[in-house]
Design a binder for this molecule. Structure first.
Ligand code: GRG
Length: 303
């Protein structure tokens, strides 16, 4: 995805925030000429070949929502993009989704080969934890909490790996509404919710406010995954999400399979409406988070 592809559908402030996240990613990632060069080039390729940076931006906006905006917060944010990048590399592999193109460019394994791509995914994943655990701006107690919550969001108890395995093992023709909901909650919403909670925790938010952001994140995550699936069937790669791997080819289950395109669109819209309603008590202060919720389905659904 080129930077210009975001014009028109992203909030006006989005691009500037994305650039801040990109700077921090550039700072944390090993240089492409650092030994061993191949793996560092593959990691950088996967991270910098495009991407909206939605998860770190949600984390940053959650921190800002509770009054913090500093280097320590940025370092928390980028952990979520590193995990996301790792998951995309692995997801694209021939053994999983078999996607040759990601963000309009050859996927990581197409450029570097499968072995390097697997290792690049592994390396990005551990770099995320290194960044979080080494974030000395944060107290050790909070750091441990953030590390544990991130690990949980990736793992097999309702996290990304759980979502991915359920996705692989659920045959499309028989997929139930409950299964598709579980898959989307685990593979997509878990990381988004955790990013929001992390930003809020970093900023010292109260548990009841953290719960509100968590619920907002669940709604946004579910809407976002449906929008992603709708783009796969309806196509509009220039607007928001642009993978070229085909869920239909892999027979992976999607909301449009289960509900049809029209109802899937309505459900995604309802999730965004619910997300925004949760933030209503916060008034104007929530405007950026509301814009991000709307952005999650931009180009696919109309609110
Ligand atoms: C964490 C290494 C690791 C593996 C976990 C492979 C896997 C197991 C999970 C895959 C989960 C996955 C790919 C979910 C799809 C979520 C999704 C909607 C991706 C598209 O996100 P965008 O649109 O992508 O934010 P950009 O290109 O903008 O970064």
């Amino acid at each position: 995805m080129s930077d210009n592809d975001l014009d028109g559908v992203a909030p006006p402030w989005f691009e500037k925030t994305r650039a801040i996240i990109n700077c921090e990613l550039d700072r944390i990632l090993p240089g492409q000429n650092d030994y061993p060069e191949t793996i560092h080039r593959a990691m950088r390729y996967a991270v910098f070949s495009g991407g909206k940076r939605l998860r770190p931006i949600l984390c940053l906006e959650a921190g800002r929502f509770f009054g913090r905006d500093d280097e320590g917060l940025l370092r928390v944010c980028i952990a979520f993009e590193l995990v996301h990048a790792a998951s995309l590399i692995h997801d694209d592999l021939p053994a999983l989704d078999a996607c040759e193109v990601r963000r309009g460019k050859p996927s990581c394994h197409e450029v570097f080969g499968e072995a390097v791509a697997i290792l690049a995914g592994d390396a990005l994943l551990v770099l995320a934890f290194e960044a979080l655990a080494g974030n000395t701006v944060i107290s050790e107690v909070l750091r441990l909490r953030l590390v544990q919550e991130l690990a949980h969001a990736i793992g097999t108890r309702g996290g990304m790996v759980a979502g991915e395995i359920a996705d692989i093992e659920t045959p499309t023709p028989t997929v139930s509404r409950a299964s598709i909901q579980f898959i989307n909650l685990a593979k997509t919403a878990a990381l988004i919710r955790t990013a929001l909670r992390a930003g809020a925790r970093y900023a010292g938010a109260e548990e009841r406010d953290i719960s509100v952001l968590d619920a907002y994140g669940q709604n946004v995550g579910l809407a976002f995954q449906i929008a992603d699936d709708l783009l796969d069937v309806a196509g509009a790669p220039e607007t928001l999400h642009n993978t070229t791997c085909s869920d239909a080819f892999r027979r992976k289950a999607t909301y449009p399979d289960v509900y049809g395109i029209g109802e899937a669109r309505d459900i995604a819209t309802q999730f965004v409406i619910s997300a925004c309603r949760l933030l209503k008590p916060y008034g104007e202060r929530a405007s950026r988070l509301i814009q991000l919720a709307e952005y999650a389905i931009a180009g696919v659904c109309h609110i």
